[in-house]
Design a protein around this ligand. Structure first.
Ligand SMILES: Cc1cc2nc3c(=O)[nH]c(=O)nc-3n(C[C@H](O)[C@H](O)[C@H](O)COP(=O)(O)O)c2cc1C
Length: 338
């Protein structure tokens, strides 16, 4: 049966979602993920206070493109009225849905009463969610964690109460706030929620999926409606097509060739420049090169060149050199090589 968010978003049988990631899931990166079969994507998180103040950085994150659909805009904040107003602002950008971040663990978000901090005050979280649901005709979804810490793993209650105020899907990262990104994600509470007969909305599992094998195993073991992938897609957007291919055919697709890696990296760079301009586009692309070419022996020399250049045409030339140098030596890396 197809997974649906609200009445209109049909995600097919077992969707793969790109996790919202600050400084990563921007339009250029989303472009290469979309080319590689992701079923739904989110913007980076956007500060509700920034949106209301009309801050340029927050506003720019509202940029979405038709080919990206279905896409959600993710917001965070600590003040209910600001969240309500920012839901109205996001609605005007015409995303397919609005997602609320109740998972961010970093200090300057969670310690200012936003993100995962709301896991310590479920009444406020419910009131905030209801305010956002009432402020927009779009479906509202939530992304959160298991709880604040080991003693307060309250996501089971959170799921029921947020469904009751009208959210249309819930993504759960299988860690507490206290864990940050340490230890292993534990999806067993996610399965408990899926088995709760009261829960009708789609439940997406998130945390540590980094291979075709794990996606297949955890799909069965934890009974989720879909999987959200973050870090494993950075420099490796092929993970979506590889998992999808496996689910559709039961066969492993080969990893990308060096030529493909170069081509996708080039596309990412070009989109980055188109959207951000030469200077910022080139600068912000620097964090991605090592990821695109992870696993290539003696790549350091090329990485140093790539991150040292400012002229886009010179960077494109170096990328071509990489094809010539490595294209014949190394055909592909399997996805779980990193
Ligand atoms: C660089 C980075 C930025 C992130 N930014 C966000 C964000 O803006 N909003 C959000 O809900 N989660 C954010 N996260 C958390 C991810 O969405 C995801 O929950 C987490 O990385 C676990 O999934 P993974 O193991 O597949 O990466 C971020 C994670 C990373 C690594």
């Amino acid at each position: 049966m197809a997974v649906k968010i609200g009445e209109h978003i049909d995600l097919g049988k077992f969707p793969l979602l790109l996790a919202p990631m600050e400084d990563v899931s921007d339009p250029p990166f989303r472009y290469v993920c979309k080319q590689n079969g992701v079923d739904m994507m989110y913007t980076e998180f956007i500060s509700s206070e920034g949106l209301i103040r009309d801050a340029a950085k927050s506003k720019q994150k509202l940029d979405i493109f038709e080919y990206e659909r279905p896409i959600g805009i993710q917001i965070f904040g600590s003040d209910i009225e600001s969240m309500r107003q920012s839901a109205e602002i996001c609605t005007l950008a015409h995303p397919d849905l609005i997602d609320i971040n109740y998972g961010c663990p970093v200090k300057n978000v969670a310690c200012r009463g936003a993100g995962a901090s709301l896991l310590q005050d479920i009444d406020k979280m419910v009131a905030m969610t209801k305010a956002v649901v009432d402020a927009t005709p779009l479906p509202v979804t939530v992304k959160t964690r298991l709880g604040w810490d080991d003693n307060t793993k309250n996501v089971y209650e959170v799921a029921e109460r947020l469904q009751d105020v009208g959210i249309k899907a819930l993504s759960i990262h299988g860690r507490t706030r206290a864990q940050m990104y340490k230890g292993q994600a534990d999806w067993s509470m996610i399965r408990d929620i899926k088995r709760n007969p009261r829960i009708q909305i789609p439940i997406f599992g998130n945390g540590d999926v980094d291979s075709v094998e794990k996606a297949a195993a955890w799909r069965m073991e934890y009974e989720v409606d879909g999987i959200m992938i973050g870090r494993a897609s950075i420099g490796y957007p092929w993970i979506f097509r590889e998992i999808k291919h496996f689910f559709e055919t039961g066969e492993r697709l080969e990893g990308p060739t060096i030529d493909e890696r170069v081509e996708v990296c080039k596309t990412h760079l070009i989109k980055s420049i188109e959207w951000k301009g030469d200077k910022t586009g080139v600068f912000e692309m620097r964090r991605h090169y090592a990821n695109y070419f992870k696993g290539i022996p003696n790549f350091k020399e090329y990485r140093t060149k790539l991150v040292g250049l400012g002229d886009p045409s010179e960077i494109l030339e170096v990328l071509e050199e990489i094809k010539e140098k490595f294209g014949e030596d190394i055909v592909h890396f399997p996805v779980n090589d990193f």
